[in-house]
Design a protein around this ligand. Structure first.
Ligand code: NAD
Length: 430
């Protein structure tokens, strides 16, 4: 099945991702067969997920699992619960996972799953029944050696535990390695919860070093204060960098001296939102994105920096904690403004890296301590940033870091495809 669509609008992240892949394959002078493999997911499944609601009625939700490419190993990718999920976004996010795993050199392929639903309107029991129904429907195509889901937007450790339990029931044996991002009590890994934000901080630290931005005084603005955004904020604050603004779906808060992130996290835990936090003044999401700051971290959803607002960005460095927060038009504008954008496939790869650590521990029945997990994550992220940044500086003159990261990742994928015999005409363009 071809994954190309006729949609041409700016916010179609599938078209944007495919455009980047095509460009990277061409610039690397790789065989066009490499593009053909990467533009087409190996399997895309759309399913009906019946769920008994608390009032006794049955709602049928739409679910997806896209298994994009497994040239390196089992498919791996998050499960998202969101009302705006589309087939194109699921496919694009699965491609990003393939590229991410290749970039940080971990032996997984790329996948993504989703259910179209509005979780804040559902009870905990409804969410549990929906999760179990998803596993009953798709249980035959996931597994510790085939496809391993993980948390994403509106899914968390509890959702992963339900998946592990339902899958183990189907398999008639404990099989917790089917998901990562689990609670510690059922085979989770210490540090997994904060890994994406922590990894994003390590990458930002290395990028700031390269741009000679002193991190201790760098003013940071973060869009999105969920799992990733709040963990990244905590890391920046611990480093001493003033986090001057953060926002969530309902708006944001600003304090020119730096927000008290510990108190803000406590406030959000109690109230659910940033709005009303007494330690700063209220701002809108648009004001956050155009804030006078040194480092901007989009950590919410896709398509936040667009052709209409990228011209207002004042940061010197954008670190993409979210997947696809920048449209191609915005990328072009930011490049013209000489703003370095550290792309999502590098900046948010800390999550899948620690997911890999969790999977390894599950396979060996062994547990690492937090210091080991964090230091291995730091090593992996620092090494990945420096390799990709050097490659970009040396091989992508006149281009941007996203192009460099795509080229670097795809060259690795192409090599593996060649050795596995997937490229009939060899790796290079003749
Ligand atoms: P989350 O649901 O925990 O948090 C999302 C945050 O974004 C919330 O604070 C929400 O209010 C905010 N938000 C949503 N829409 C917004 C808008 N229009 N403007 C401003 N804020 C908005 O999700 P998360 O796990 O933190 O994921 C955030 C991003 O990071 C996503 O793009 C996800 O795909 C990506 N990501 C997550 C992980 C992970 O390990 N959780 C790993 C890699 C990438």
């Amino acid at each position: 099945m071809s994954i190309e669509t006729k949609k041409t609008n700016e916010d179609n992240i599938l078209l944007a991702t495919l455009g980047m892949i095509k460009q990277a394959v061409d610039l690397s002078e790789l065989s066009t067969e490499v593009y053909d493999h990467l533009r087409t997911p190996m399997r895309f499944v759309e399913v009906a997920i019946p769920v008994e609601m608390d009032d006794g009625s049955v709602s049928v939700f739409t679910g997806y699992r896209c298994q994009h490419n497994n040239v390196f190993g089992p498919f791996k990718g998050g499960l998202r619960y969101h009302p705006n999920v589309t087939t194109d976004s699921v496919k694009a996010l699965s491609i990003l996972m393939t590229l991410k795993c290749s970039l940080v050199n971990i032996p997984f392929g790329g996948a993504k799953g989703a259910v179209v639903c509005d979780v804040p309107r559902m009870s905990m029991k409804e969410k549990e029944r929906m999760t179990r129904s998803y596993v009953k429907t798709l249980g035959s195509i996931i597994g510790p050696e085939t496809d391993i889901p993980a948390p994403d937007v509106f899914t968390d450790a509890q959702v992963m535990a339900w998946i592990a339990d339902e899958y183990s029931t189907i398999m008639r044996e404990p099989s917790f390695g089917v998901v990562t991002g689990k609670p510690l009590a059922v085979g989770g890994c210490v540090g997994r919860n904060e890994a994406t934000g922590r990894g994003c901080f390590f990458v930002a630290r290395e990028a700031a070093k390269s741009l000679k931005i002193p991190l201790r005084t760098a003013r940071v603005a973060i869009q999105g204060f969920g799992n990733v955004g709040s963990s990244a904020a905590k890391m920046f604050a611990e480093e001493g960098s003033p986090v001057i603004a953060v926002s969530d779906i309902n708006g944001g808060v600003y304090n020119e001296k730096g927000l008290n992130i510990k108190k803000l996290r406590e406030y959000v835990e109690q109230t659910g939102f940033i709005k009303g936090f007494p330690g700063g003044e209220a701002i809108t999401n648009n004001e956050l994105l155009s804030m006078d700051c040194d480092i901007l971290v989009p950590a919410a959803l896709e398509n936040q920096l667009t052709g209409s607002n990228a011209g207002d960005v004042k940061a010197k460095l954008v670190v993409e904690a979210a997947n696809s927060p920048t449209t191609p038009e915005a990328d072009h504008i930011l490049k013209e403004k000489n703003i370095l954008v550290v792309p999502d496939i590098l900046a948010n790869s800390g999550g899948v890296t620690v997911s890999y650590f969790e999977w390894v521990q599950n396979n060996y029945g062994f547990r690492w301590d937090l210091a080991t997990v964090n230091s291995r994550l730091e090593e992996k992220m620092t090494e990945a940033f420096n390799m990709v940044y050097s490659f970009y500086c040396e091989s992508c003159v006149g281009s941007d870091m996203r192009t460099g990261a795509y080229m670097y990742s795809i060259q690795r994928l192409a090599e593996a495809m060649m050795y596995r015999g997937w490229l009939r005409n060899g790796i290079s363009r003749k």
